[in-house]
Design a protein around this ligand. Structure first.
Ligand SMILES: [Ca+2]
Ligand SMILES: [Ca+2]
Length: 435
């Protein structure tokens, strides 16, 4: 009886709210999007521009299944650009953009473009492909691009695809909540890139300024991402004004300085973004360096260790640390090769070291009183021999080593990076004992 009464109540509740079942009117604003071949994709920064190895097919939709046929040799790639199953266009130059046709499950055909790139650094040549496809539209008077950054033929992969608001050429992950300059909006994008729709974000917001308290730095970030519990926001607006975000407690998630230098929040303290308030993030110099205290069991002390027989001093390449605790690292996407450090320890922190072209170090062991340098070899950089002399060497940091022979006692370790444009003032000093 109680059950029946409960059911009656449930039916009544549904009937008394008839509008709930038929409410297609959401008040969303529709935006038509147009396909763009990104011939200048190399000029743009997106967070995850995914490189995929090319063996026999491009992993893109061809109707009911996936895969665009290719014939691949070390010298060239033939691509089926008109979706008849037969490769028809030959590419032998690395970096070439190929326009082709893809097809959705419905059979609707649309344009797509990829950039073909050949990795020549090793004896075995390997072709890769990246997306060169975007769709563009206008929201609140601002032109924007959605880039199929994960190169799967769809433009609605939140956290994988990218959005860039003109005139900026740097963007961040496509996110459901974005600031186009007139308040936050919530956006949805059609998978095929034909349209987007949006409505104003409902919730309390504040603003965040990531530029005016960046100190002692000769750079500006392309992208600066703050993160609260479940969402992240790029707060660099094209007009450089403070960006609007929902209120809450935030951390620095990641910033992009250029293609080779990124920032992680690390020890930078969390900050509050409050209603109708502007939070200004303090970061930047003076810069010092960071050696991880204990990267793993094989490296009990990252800064130095003495081999009892050979009296060998070593250290691994440092990162750069800002005064407020953020840490500057290399870029996973742009620093080659895809190896972190030639360390025996697989548990070593998976941060990305700097490329040697941009940054290398001077390492000195100084007499404490006279500050005279004890080691003649100070230069510390990356790189190791390529498979053939004609090929550029891949980046590869080996630990810095110095055999200190009869020296014993306390010294001063001093590390600088005077050749770096961004961090030429950075200094690290620590007392060490040569045992
Ligand atoms: Ca064909
Ligand atoms: Ca995608």
């Amino acid at each position: 009886m109680a059950l029946l009464a409960g059911m009656a109540l449930f039916v009544m509740a549904v009937l008394s709210n008839p509008l709930l079942a038929e409410q297609p009117e959401t008040g969303d604003t529709e935006v038509k999007l147009n396909y763009v071949t990104m011939n200048d994709m190399a000029d743009y920064f997106t967070p995850k521009h995914k490189k995929k190895p090319l063996t026999s097919t491009l992993d893109l939709p061809n109707g009911e299944s996936r895969g665009i046929r290719c014939n691949v040799t070390e010298q060239n790639v033939e691509v089926d650009t008109n979706l008849d199953g037969k490769p028809d266009t030959k590419i032998s130059q690395s970096g070439k953009i190929v326009e082709l046709t893809i097809s959705d499950e419905s059979g609707a055909k649309r344009k797509y473009a990829v950039m073909l790139w050949r990795d020549d650094r090793f004896v075995q040549k390997q072709w890769y492909y990246y997306t060169a496809s975007a769709v563009s539209g206008v929201i609140e008077g601002k032109k924007f691009l959605v880039i199929d950054d994960n190169c799967n033929g769809k433009y609605n992969d939140f956290g994988e695809d990218a959005i860039i608001v003109a005139p900026s050429k740097a963007g961040w992950f496509l996110s459901s909540v974005l600031d186009f300059g007139k308040g936050l909006i919530e956006i949805a994008v059609e998978a095929d890139g034909s349209a987007a729709s949006y409505h104003p974000f409902i919730g309390t917001t504040g603003t965040v300024d990531a530029l005016s308290k960046l100190s002692k730095a000769n750079f500006k970030p392309l992208v600066f991402v703050v993160k609260n519990e479940d969402r992240s926001f790029n707060v660099i607006r094209p007009d450089s004004k403070p960006s609007i975000v929902p209120i809450g407690k935030y951390n620095i998630e990641r910033a992009i300085i250029d293609r080779t230098i990124e920032v992680i929040g690390a020890a930078h303290p969390p900050f509050d973004i409050l209603k109708d308030n502007t939070t200004t993030i303090e970061w930047g110099g003076p810069f010092t360096m960071l050696f991880y205290a204990s990267p793993g069991p094989d490296y009990p002390r990252a800064v130095y260790a003495a081999d009892p027989n050979n009296h060998l001093f070593y250290c691994e390449p440092p990162y750069i640390k800002g005064e407020k605790g953020e840490v500057y690292v290399g870029s996973k996407e742009w620093c080659e090769p895809e190896q972190v450090l030639n360390s025996a320890d697989s548990e070593a922190p998976q941060k990305w070291f700097f490329t040697a072209e941009k940054l290398n170090f001077n390492i000195e062991i100084l007499d404490i009183k006279t500050r005279k340098s004890m080691n003649s070899l100070k230069f510390y950089s990356a790189g190791q021999p390529a498979p053939q002399p004609s090929q550029p060497a891949p980046y590869y940091w080996l630990p810095f080593t110095w055999e200190y022979k009869q020296l014993r006692g306390n010294y001063l370790l001093r590390v600088t990076c005077p050749t770096s444009r961004a961090f030429k003032e950075a200094v690290y000093e620590e007392k060490i004992e040569l045992k």
